[in-house]
Design a protein around this ligand. Structure first.
Ligand SMILES: Cc1cc2nc3c(=O)[nH]c(=O)nc-3n(C[C@H](O)[C@H](O)[C@H](O)COP(=O)(O)O)c2cc1C
Length: 168
């Protein structure tokens, strides 16, 4: 494991994110991971921040509401099958971590573990969450992303980055 500055690999983080990353959560003794393709690496409230967007119908949403901590694993190895699986199956019905054969790494600063692989890893504590509000959303965005599920907006979770490092 090699510690890094939160923004040291920013370009690569955003490139990997477009292919998919693992957002892992943990509450009530259950650990779950889901694929994310959207996110933000930035600086706010005097802190380095990773922002993720999670729709209300995700099991991940339930877990994040119970425990406002999450990890983001941005894989630097070929895990496209696992990303597709974790991006289409819900942890409500499937133990995705077991099904993918993932090992978990304990985090250094939070309770939520990380997916063990060659990756850029972030540990985050939610410092702010906010709901999308229909009147504030651009019409074209609504048509493209929310037309089929008008009540299923994303919650934005902004997590203070409490640790970040590379794993092999
Ligand atoms: C490439 C990709 C990116 C995705 N990005 C997001 C995202 O940013 N936010 C989100 O809510 N769902 C996203 N999804 C969908 C969730 O990963 C999917 O609904 C998953 O089954 C939810 O799992 P859960 O119910 O265990 O939380 C994405 C799926 C894929 C395949």
């Amino acid at each position: 494991m090699k510690k890094i500055q939160y923004n040291e690999h920013a370009k690569e983080v955003l490139q990997i994110l477009q292919k998919g990353a693992f957002l892992t959560t943990h509450a009530d003794g259950k650990t779950n991971t889901m694929t994310i393709g959207w996110g933000y690496l930035g600086y706010a409230w005097g802190k380095p921040v990773f922002g993720v967007m999670v729709r209300h119908n995700r099991y991940t949403h339930q877990l994040l509401e119970k425990n406002g901590q999450f990890t983001v694993t941005l894989p630097k190895e070929e895990l496209s099958k696992e990303l597709a699986f974790c991006g289409t199956k819900s942890g409500l019905e499937t133990d995705k971590i077991k099904a993918c054969g993932f090992s978990l790494l304990p985090a250094q600063t939070i309770e939520v573990p990380l997916i063990a692989c060659r990756a850029i890893q972030y540990e985050c504590k939610v410092v702010c969450r906010t709901e999308m509000q229909s009147p504030l959303v651009d019409g074209a965005v609504k048509d493209s992303w929310y037309e089929k599920m008008p009540d299923d907006y994303h919650t934005f979770y902004f997590g203070e980055i409490t640790a970040c490092y590379l794993t092999e």
